[in-house]
Design a protein around this ligand. Sequence first.
Ligand SMILES: [Zn+2]
Ligand SMILES: [Zn+2]
Length: 434
Amino acid sequence: MLDKRIEFEMLDHKPSMLSQMKNKIIMLLQNDCSKKDMIKKNERLNGDTNKISHLPNPKVVLYPPERVQLGWQDKKMSVGSGLDNPGVICYINSTLQALFHIPAFTNWLMSDGQHQKTCQKKTGFQKDCIVCMVCNTFKLSKKLTGSSFKASIITNRLSLICKHLSTYRQEDAHEFLRYLIESMEQCYLSAFGPAAKSLDNYSKETTPINQIFGGYMRTEVMCGKCGHISTTFQHFQDLILDIRHSDNVNDALDNYFKKEPLDESYLCEICQRQVAADKKFSIERAPNVLCIQLKRYSIGMDGYSGNKNSKAIQINERLDLSSYQFDHHTFKIDVRPLRYHLVSMIIHYGSSLHCGHYTTLGLTPSGSYYCFNDSNVYRTNFKNYSTSNDSYIIFYELEPSGNMNNTNLERKTSTVTSTSTCKPSTREMELKSL
Ligand SMILES: [Zn+2]
Ligand SMILES: [Zn+2]
């Protein structure tokens, strides 16, 4: 029995106070998620942290990544000549000039004596090697600096690179670049004879071209229900950047690597049903030379013509990809620096890919930029191109310090492989002796 009357007061909860409290509450059981699901989700999350998927090692290494030389090895190398355009081959000229100003690419062309020796032994049709054709055109360009010549070595044999490309019609420089790189890879592989055909894909991706331009992207899809992460790796040789919502390359890269919600149609292998999920890209292995294509052109209904997005895009001479690496975004640790600098850029003037004109901006060993406009070559400033409506394909090369760390990573990878039955170095010898 109480000897004093208790007075109750009405508690005056302001709505804002309630919402503040809600922010601190963790909803343990939601309507669409059972307790069993929550336990399962936590188990998966912990499990996945301990079990990270790794990129498989190649069984055979055709060209060790340590052999890629960044930066101009020949500091006195000349600017290079102009390339004549008697018709509509500026798409070929501009692509060649962009490649000729990538130090890692030309260092390899000039130093791969092993490949050249193999090719010299070939006769007849076998002699049609795109690697050697590009190499000979490059040598001619250096020799004829101050004048110009027609890249006939390439244009006369264009059908070897791609059957549907023509010297009588304006074509897409990016399409030509892809076919050229692919045919160089095929020629490089065929120099090893039939043994190259039986190689697995990861081994085929150790050609010098791939060690220069190739990288691996990690794609993680996380189930919104159970938290299971499905990981896949994609080999890539360029990044195609959407510029609709960006006015500079850095912002377009941020959008590219941003977590993206998928609709509810993702089939989770654990839940065994369609669920909502998030997708995220990160760089698993960075390329030594990064090729960026700005997505300025749309494909028309006929699969041919398309409109151009002529918005001005700001491009920096330097680019840092460090924060997009897998290690960084998962473990929030400082990872090896991935600092790049611009070495060349293809510019397209015109309203559609099949008309207009292509030129190239190239950084030369002296540190000066030059414009390569078919047979005309002249010195220019980067600032004339830094915010452009016409920039199309940009090549960035990794700074050597980044490569040193990259090399360390490769060494680590090789150590793992050498414990298996196929030592890359041994297999490399075997292939070369065939
Ligand atoms: Zn060759
Ligand atoms: Zn699931």
